[in-house]
Ligand binder design. Structure first.
Ligand code: G6Q
Length: 548
């Protein structure tokens, strides 16, 4: 099969890049008053401005040629039709079915999965409402006040990010906590904050074999029983979310209290499934449903819009432009506002675990760069921390800025100030400040020639740094659903162009296996010799520190 770099469309982009690398966005804006209108797009509640990119019409056309030549449209259809596009695990990739609000049949192995998707949603609704309305009570008859989600990776990052993001919709008397790390201080510090009589634990694990989650679940259960004394009370305080009923039973949770999902839901795409139970309890099932609605709207857009006006495809191909032609190594996600502070960490997993691959669909090494290092942080805080490198560093870091025009917590002009900071950053990154501009400003301020000569170069901001701006009127469950689905489909599209499997994670699996092999050796007395010198040495050293 054709390697991406051998495609005509790829070669055309290489040629085009040789010309575009000299282009300054300042000039593009000066020469084209319509640029903002032509390189922006409204989809439902989301507005994207991508005019601050080093692109012209020709660039976008060539990028879309590459998307078309890579058969993005066919693969997209395959995903939505439930074909087993996760070919190394022989699984369908159907997070879109979990939010298929149109309820049209989605077939996997000849079975329509929608009835079971709807049945689990109905159970989540009943359960979350019972907890919220005080019908589901703790073992002493008190209302639940705290929900603790025990999960890691895909079973943690999504629900945690969404619960934080939708904090304005949460009830103050029903708090959500997330314990993920096997490091004992995570669970211990959380248990100090909650009351066994009023705490509900959600053990969230697709496989129900993940060491971190099971260790935390056992610790929570022991702590609970120290207070409740009677095993019979466990059922009121522990529920499970998993694909593995047998392991849930073995842990001691009645499968009556288990919320199911399926192997065609990838961990990092699972917040739409029962893994979102903590969301439904914390912010209410109606808001969880609105999250699904927003994602469904983005799914429909991704499925039906022509590539040229397709928001996820546009973002994907811009990412490819910088990764594969400009040689950018990283991509920054910069949401403005505190509620979205965990979005970069969430997208880091979504993107890096999906597209951090180097073997292609024909099981060969790829000949091109794949997923970027995704990182970021929320504004304005990031401006006072790492933005200097974005402005004056030697690296090209394409950025996504995200902000809602309105806030749930209006106080004077504070929200307008937040938005103005975001706009200022995109402007400065793109426009920069030339030496001549700095010198003029310094002269006007009365600086002498020697000072100007010495200081002016330090004050030059190179500019020409690309960014996308995503705007929404309000930060709601619906817009959040759209936003997350937008990134999911961006990642999907890039994976298709790069010809990799975005849906497996063999590196993660090997890490889990190796930790399970090392743990008993770390606990045993015998010296360890079976690994490499460094690992054996470190095990020996840490053992001597544990038991001096
Ligand atoms: C996600 C990854 C990984 C996974 C965790 C938790 O795509 O595979 O982050 O979600 O390792 O796995 P379990 O849900 O099986 O405990």
């Amino acid at each position: 099969m054709t390697r991406p770099t051998k495609r005509q469309a790829w070669k055309a982009l290489e040629k085009h890049y040789a010309m575009m690398r000299q282009v300054r966005m300042r000039d593009l804006f000066n020469n084209d008053p319509q640029r903002f209108d032509r390189f922006s797009l409204q989809v439902g509640e989301l507005f994207l401005d991508y005019s601050k990119n080093i692109v012209i019409d020709k660039t976008m056309n060539k990028l879309m040629d590459l998307a078309r030549a890579s058969n993005v449209e066919d693969w997209r259809a395959k995903m939505f039709a439930g074909e087993k596009i996760n070919f190394t695990e022989n699984r369908a990739v159907l997070h879109v079915a979990l939010r298929n609000r149109a309820n049209t049949p989605v077939m996997v192995d000849g079975e329509d999965v929608m009835p079971k998707v709807n049945a689990v949603l109905e159970r989540m609704k009943r359960f979350s409402e019972a907890v919220r309305e005080g019908l589901w009570l703790g073992y002493t008859g008190k209302r639940i006040t705290d929900v603790v989600n025990l999960g890691v990776g895909g079973s943690d990052l999504g629900p945690k990010m969404v619960c934080e993001a939708l904090g304005s919709y949460a009830r103050l008397d029903l708090r959500a906590h997330f314990v993920s790390n096997v490091a004992p201080s995570d669970i211990v510090s959380t248990l100090k904050k909650v009351d066994p009589e009023t705490t509900l634990f959600i053990v969230a694990s697709k496989t129900f074999t993940t060491q971190e989650t099971l260790a935390n679940a056992h610790t929570a259960r022991r702590w609970f029983l120290e207070h409740a004394k009677d095993e019979a009370h466990v059922a009121r305080h522990f529920v499970a979310v998993s694909t593995n009923a047998e392991a849930v039973r073995a842990f001691g949770i009645d499968t009556e209290n288990m919320f199911e999902f399926w192997d065609w839901v990838g961990g990092r795409y699972s917040l739409w499934s029962a893994i979102g139970l903590s969301i439904a309890v914390h912010v209410g099932f109606e808001h969880f449903e609105q999250l699904l609605e927003g994602a469904h709207a983005m799914d429909q857009h991704f499925l039906h819009a022509p590539l040229e006006q397709n928001m996820p495809v546009i973002l994907a191909m811009l990412g490819i432009w910088y990764t594969n032609f400009f040689g950018a190594e990283t991509h920054a996600v910069l949401p403005y506002g505190t509620r979205l502070r965990s979005l970069p960490a969430y997208l880091q997993q979504a993107d890096m675990e999906s597209n951090g691959k180097s073997i292609d669909r024909d099981s060969r090494w790829v000949e091109h760069a794949t997923g970027p290092i995704l990182w970021g942080g929320h504004g304005t805080n990031g401006q006072h921390a790492f933005f200097e490198l974005l402005h004056q560093g030697t690296r090209l870091v394409p950025c996504d800025f995200i902000v809602a025009a309105n806030t749930h917590n209006p106080v004077g002009h504070q929200h307008a100030a937040l938005v103005s900071h975001m706009l200022a950053q995109t402007r400065v990154l793109m426009w920069g400040r030339t030496l001549a501009e700095v010198e003029l400003e310094m002269r006007e301020q009365g600086a002498d020639v020697a000072t100007i000569r010495k200081l002016a170069p330090h004050k030059v901001i190179p500019g020409n740094k690309p960014s996308n701006s995503l705007l929404m009127r309000d930060h709601t469950p619906y817009t959040l659903g759209m936003l997350i689905a937008l990134y999911e489909h961006k990642i999907f599209t890039q994976g298709i162009v790069w010809r990799i499997n975005s849906f497996d994670q063999w590196g993660v699996e090997l890490g889990k296996q190796m930790a399970n092999s090392i743990l008993p050796r770390l606990l045993a007395d015998e010296p360890v010799t079976e690994y490499d010198g460094s690992t054996n040495g470190l095990i020996g050293r840490v053992k001597s520190m544990m038991h001096p």
